[in-house]
Design a protein around this ligand. Structure first.
Ligand SMILES: Nc1nc2c(ncn2[C@@H]2O[C@H](COP(=O)(O)OP(=O)(O)OP(=O)(O)O)[C@@H](O)[C@H]2O)c(=O)[nH]1
Ligand SMILES: [Mg+2]
Length: 433
């Protein structure tokens, strides 16, 4: 019974027949059809053959099964009818709920976190990406082992004095997981050291960096391709992009700019994944400007915006950080709106401060976006790579006091810093140096 999540994850195979059960709380602001479509998209992203997807109103989540008993019966019937090997529950499940649902439906059950981890596991292409995903997966498993262990203890009377073979097995599994996680952390450190060098070499060039962020499928890669002339994968597929890609773009009045495309966000992005991808997302933290790409034609566009902002907050980007990179909202997919909605969105965007409406597909608004990016880069704070002699305590103190120091490293007799400074502060620093 222990270690079941890994074994089970291994049995999630492409082409397997699946059904989806979506538990809906009464207070959800999201559109049911859109949520079902998203869950279907997530399941399809790992090649599952989704035969049916249904929402169930859950007023009071049951500790044992999440769904009410009548609903569990309906889910079991749905699975039987389609001969499904897999039931996807679009929510987080405790290990106990998962096991009970597996018993009741006679199918494998995977929850939203497990599903997203599977997708990332399949997509990760770089060494770093793969290690990050594996770390997240192990973290997820370890959490489930701990919880099911506590649960066993409770069943035994809360004192654990009836420790049996199951418990020993779980202990052994946990040790294995811990060892493996430690090994991956060391490997990751190695990979990052190499990447860190690359990054230092790249950022030493005095070019601004613009990072694309947004909900998965919002159109980041499509916009990236349009702005750079590149041909990265842009598809109607959730999490099409996993590893960051960078290209140069030309903007009016700006020499050269680096544009970076990154992994998309999703609601309830597993915290293990956010933690594991923190290093990759640091590209976003050190950007001069963030473009938040939104699918403005999506019924849950507002909820998606909130999700993206909350992930950004998790990696330390938010309104409370005074000197943070400014965020420009790009309202994408204008072409998908009918004439009336199109006009309304344009008017709304014109009233808003930091919004540029576009269609990455048709090209509408893209020239205005280029100008808006250039304008902000020329006027706003920029990240500078500055080298000062190690003995120059005055300059170091000045930079820490006036700028936002993102990175600092000793290189022989010198200190190199990555510092965000406004144009004003930058000229003051140059004047005093
Ligand atoms: N109608 C319309 N569709 C668009 C537009 N921009 C992108 N799309 C479509 O939206 C889907 C997702 O586009 P991507 O560029 O892959 O989205 P992404 O944000 O990179 O997604 P992930 O990498 O999965 O996070 C594709 O089918 C695109 O063709 C647009 O302006 N209008
Ligand atoms: Mg993409």
């Amino acid at each position: 019974m222990s270690g079941f999540s890994r074994e089970q994850a291994d049995e999630v195979r492409r082409g397997a027949k699946a059904v989806i059960a979506l538990p809906e709380r009464g207070d959800s602001l999201r559109d049911t059809d859109a949520r079902l479509a998203e869950a279907t998209g997530l399941a399809s992203a790992i090649g599952l053959d989704v035969n049916d997807a249904q929402a169930f109103r859950v007023r009071q989540p049951k500790p044992a099964t999440l769904f009410g008993s009548g609903q569990v019966e309906q889910i079991a019937a749905m699975a039987r009818m389609h001969d499904a090997e897999l039931v996807v529950v679009d929510a987080g499940l405790t290990p106990v709920q998962q096991q009970n649902l597996e018993k009741a439906t006679e199918a494998k059950v995977i929850d939203r976190t497990g599903l997203i981890l599977e997708i990332f596991g399949e997509r990760a292409a770089t060494a770093e990406g793969r290690l990050q995903v594996e770390l997240a997966h192990l973290d997820y498993q370890a959490g489930r082992l701990v919880r099911s262990w506590t649960h066993l203890e409770r069943q035994r009377g809360g004192f654990g004095f009836l420790g049996g073979p199951g418990e020993t097995q779980i202990e052994a599994d946990r040790r294995l997981i811990r060892d493996r996680m430690a090994k991956i952390r060391r490997e990751l450190e190695q990979v990052r050291r190499t990447r860190g060098l690359h990054r230092a070499r790249r950022t030493r060039a005095p070019w601004p960096v613009v990072a694309l962020v947004g909900y998965t499928n919002a159109g980041k890669s499509t916009l990236f391709n349009r702005l750079t002339g590149a041909d990265v994968m842009a598809e109607n597929l959730l999490f099409a992009t996993l590893d960051p890609t960078m290209r140069q773009i030309a903007l009016p009045g700006v020499d050269k700019t680096i544009l970076s495309d990154t992994v998309g966000f999703v609601s309830d992005l597993p915290t293990q994944l956010v933690a594991a991808f923190r290093a990759t997302l640091e590209e976003v933290t050190a950007a001069d400007l963030i473009l938040h790409v939104r699918d403005i034609a999506h019924p849950d566009s507002e909820a998606q915006r909130a999700d993206v902002l909350s992930v950004l907050a998790e990696i330390g980007i938010g309104p409370e950080v005074e000197r943070d990179a400014p965020i420009l909202e790009v309202w994408n997919k204008l072409d998908a709106l009918d004439a009336e909605a199109h006009a309304r969105v344009l008017a709304e965007a014109a009233r808003a401060e930091n919004v540029v409406p576009i269609s990455a597909l048709s090209g509408e608004g893209v020239e205005a976006l280029r100008r808006a990016i250039a304008e902000r880069l020329l006027a706003g704070a920029r990240v500078h790579n500055i080298t000062v002699p190690a003995g120059d305590g005055g300059s170091l103190a000045w930079l820490h006091q006036h700028g936002e120091v993102l990175d600092q490293a000793m290189e022989g007799e010198a200190v190199t810093l990555e510092v965000r400074l406004s144009p004003d502060e930058w000229s003051r620093f140059q004047a005093r140096a």
